[in-house]
Design a protein around this ligand. Structure first.
Ligand code: NAD
Length: 361
């Protein structure tokens, strides 16, 4: 039986890397029944939305999505398609591995981090107030009455909220992941010394959950210290669990540690559905140039194969990617010592090289 998968090419460079990824996934011999659904700039122009309902309906049917990046127009009233998708499907865990592979230009060796980011709440939940609106004035009046803080009305506000239920499930996810993947340690990351209510709740809930997993080491770190520690001694860390905003920032930092966004994969996982996508965005300035690196999306494809229990195909595709990286010949500009290196190949040539390798094992 082929696996039904919703394929969302996205926009910007998304369609090119999606096509390259679809080709290598098919070359593993696994059968797919792709349901290709458009979202992003094109549907915004044609249908007035970056995320048509049929995309959500398709994933509800197939239960699995493979997604290219989608541009979020800044400050133009459209909510991010990515945030909406994660919220509507309750994809509460964002899983972002960061691992050093031979051939990547990184200052470090032996990094093998897994970032588990809460995906549904915190400052990213989209509860925001615009200055000058009656709702905002009402909120400011209430804040003044109850706290004595008189906030400048010529301001705007985004609400940060963190719940016990969402924290419990993300921290449990991190520990379950650690157990299933033979990981030794989970580090909870927070700023509870300053945000004593929201991050304080995250931290105390994480402590409680950790007690249910005595077989796995547990510690916590304040987010600013975590940034420094990751830059100084990343090899000391294993699985990190974080609220949404810190998780987003630390996962890009971790992508930088291992050699760049071009190879950093991700998965958004909920109780019923999972959507796999690279960490990077749509890199629109390179759209249509057959230039950007498809490997982050291909590694996301490896994660999807594991999710579909196609372990052998996942291993083979990962091996083909690793060998291609180590050889350093059929790689895009971002993996070369200089971005204008004449030896850099294009997006589709990376796919050709990986397909060739897959034939040999
Ligand atoms: P970006 O990740 O698109 O690009 C930043 C830079 O990183 C690029 O200019 C390029 O130099 C490099 N880069 C990114 N991907 C690469 C690849 N595959 N190969 C080689 N180099 C690569 O980040 P941005 O410019 O901040 O965001 C562009 C748009 O993408 C924004 O609208 C943003 O909201 C959106 N975005 C979407 C997602 C998603 O769909 N999940 C994630 C992040 C950003």
């Amino acid at each position: 039986m082929p696996h039904a998968v919703t394929l969302i090419p996205g926009d910007g460079t998304g369609p090119e890397i999606s096509e390259a990824t679809r080709r290598v996934l098919e070359a593993t011999g696994v059968q797919f029944d792709w349901d290709v659904r458009q979202a992003g700039a094109e549907t915004l122009a044609k249908q007035g939305t970056v995320l048509p309902d049929e995309v959500i309906e398709s994933i509800k049917r197939t239960r699995v999505g493979l997604k290219g990046p989608i541009t979020t127009p800044v400050g133009r009233g459209q909510r991010s398609a990515n945030v909406t998708l994660r919220k509507q499907l309750d994809l509460y865990a964002n899983l972002r591995p960061a691992k050093t592979y031979q051939g990547l230009r990184s200052r470090y060796e032996n990094i093998d981090l897994v970032i588990v980011r809460e995906n549904t709440e915190d400052l990213y939940a989209g509860i925001e107030f615009q200055r000058g609106t009656s709702e905002y004035e009402e909120l400011l009046a209430m804040i003044g009455r109850t706290t004595g803080h008189h906030i400048d009305p010529n301001s705007a506000m985004s609400i940060k909220y963190i719940s016990v239920a969402a924290t419990r499930r993300i921290v449990k996810f991190a520990f379950e992941y650690a157990r299933a993947n033979k990981r030794r340690k989970v580090t909870a990351v927070h700023k509870a010394n300053i945000m004593r209510m929201s991050d304080g709740l995250f931290l105390s809930t994480a402590h409680e959950v950790a007690r249910e997993y005595p077989d796995i080491q547990y510690e916590d770190r304040i987010v600013d210290n975590m940034c420094m520690q990751l830059v100084q001694k990343p090899e000391q860390y294993d699985v990190l669990v974080l609220p949404n905003l810190y998780g987003d920032i630390i996962s890009d930092l971790s992508a930088g540690l291992i050699g760049g966004l071009g190879v950093a994969p991700g998965a958004n996982i909920g109780s019923n559905y999972a959507v796999f996508e690279p960490v990077h965005g749509s890199a629109p300035k390179y759209a249509g140039q057959n230039k950007v690196n498809p490997m982050a999306m291909m590694f996301s494809g490896v994660m999807m194969l594991r999710h579909l229990e196609e372990r052998d195909a996942a291993l083979r595709l990962e091996k083909a990617l690793m060998q291609t990286l180590a050889e350093g010949k059929s790689v895009t500009y971002d993996l070369k010592p200089r971005p204008d290196d004449p030896g850099a190949v294009g997006t589709s040539q990376v796919a050709d090289a990986i397909i060739e390798r897959l034939k040999s094992f």
